[in-house]
Design a protein around this ligand. Structure first.
Ligand SMILES: [Zn+2]
Length: 92
């Protein structure tokens, strides 16, 4: 049985299989460096490394921000950027 979940990109209603962060259309808008960070964080989380859930949330939000910027979603970019900043500082 395959489980499906929603694409993590803002305002996307596409569904993706479990283990994928975004639909292909949005994932392709994530810069390669951030894609690599998402994969690394996902692997760490699967191994249940300390702090990996927090790291995963940070990298997933960073990817979400990159897509919102690429799509010009100027109404939500500032709040996503603030979330990333605060997570990087350990405030979230
Ligand atoms: Zn999507």
């Amino acid at each position: 049985m395959t489980f499906r979940t929603r694409c993590f990109a803002a305002r996307c209603i596409a569904t993706v299989t479990t283990g994928k962060l975004m639909c292909l259309r949005h994932w392709n808008k994530v810069p390669h460096e951030i894609q690599r960070r998402v994969y690394d964080a996902y692997r760490a989380m699967r191994k249940e490394e300390a702090g990996s859930l927090r790291r995963w949330h940070l990298e997933a939000t960073r990817a979400q921000l990159a897509v919102a910027e690429a799509e010009g979603l100027t109404d939500i970019v500032p709040s996503l950027r603030e979330s990333v900043d605060r997570m990087e500082k350990g405030q979230l």
